[in-house]
Design a protein around this ligand. Structure first.
Ligand code: SAH
Length: 232
């Protein structure tokens, strides 16, 4: 009898605690401290965005508990949500400003688009897998009115909204798609993993000078899912 009452009281105490744990704010703070700041991300806006976006809402229910771990996670259709550090790194390197217009290729879960949307006024993102694009659009629409999702082959960019101050490509291309370079504004920056599928690729920074001259710089080795083509 006593044990029964005791168990009942314990349950009452545990339920609210569980509710608190569900919002993952402590996990997110720890992620920002140990994976983002400790590894050299300094841009205030990027750090604040990583602190704000509930990463666990961009993964499947079964992955929620893993959402803040230091690794990519599967999101279905053989695709992944990038590791938190990579998302922060790619955000910081484009030097995002509120008045910018940015294009992302590879919406996937929508998480990178959400991080960008915390900082930048207009975010355009393209996903080639219809089901992923639709799911991401649903999650993003509930939270943001400055993110536009298109389902298409991102190789061709998004001509109607070009030029872009920045382009973030989150799938590994064999080479830098020329239409994306064309749609980059003078003074703009593009970040893109370049290399063969299923091998280590190079994360490249592409900059277009004010005079239109384009230069590329290798930043670090990475592993991304492959950039797919609609007509191949
Ligand atoms: N930025 C994503 C990462 C997703 S992984 C996130 O934060 O979750 C890369 C995504 O790029 C995959 O969803 C894949 O389907 C998509 N992709 C691959 N090739 C593409 C292409 N040519 N155009 C648009 N999306 C592409």
């Amino acid at each position: 009898m006593m044990t029964g009452v005791l168990l009942f009281l314990i349950t009452l105490c545990v339920i609210p605690l569980d509710g608190y744990a569900d919002d993952f704010s402590r996990e997110r703070e720890a992620m920002v401290r140990t994976q983002i700041r400790a590894r050299g991300i300094r841009d205030r806006a990027t750090i604040d965005a990583m602190r704000s976006v509930p990463r666990h809402l961009y993964v499947h229910n079964v992955q929620r508990r893993n959402a803040y771990q230091d690794r990519p996670l599967p999101i279905g259709f053989g695709q992944t949500i990038s590791q938190p550090f990579i998302v922060a790194y790619m955000t910081e390197i484009i030097e995002p400003k509120p008045e910018h217009r940015v294009l992302e290729i590879g919406t996937g879960s929508g998480y990178q688009a959400a991080v960008l949307a915390e900082i930048i006024d207009e975010v355009y993102t393209i996903e080639i897998i219809q089901q992923l694009g639709e799911r991401a659009r649903e999650v993003l629409d509930a939270e943001y009115d400055n993110v536009h999702v298109k389902i298409a082959d991102g190789y061709y960019g998004w001509e109607e909204h070009a030029p872009f101050d920045a382009i973030v490509v989150t799938a590994a291309a064999e080479y830098i798609p020329p239409p994306l370079v064309e749609q980059l504004r003078e003074g703009g920056r593009m970040i893109i993993p370049v290399g063969s599928a299923f091998q280590t690729q190079q994360l490249m920074l592409v900059t277009k000078e004010e005079d239109g001259h384009v230069s590329t710089r290798s930043l670090m080795p990475v592993r991304f899912v492959p950039f797919e083509r609609a007509d191949e």
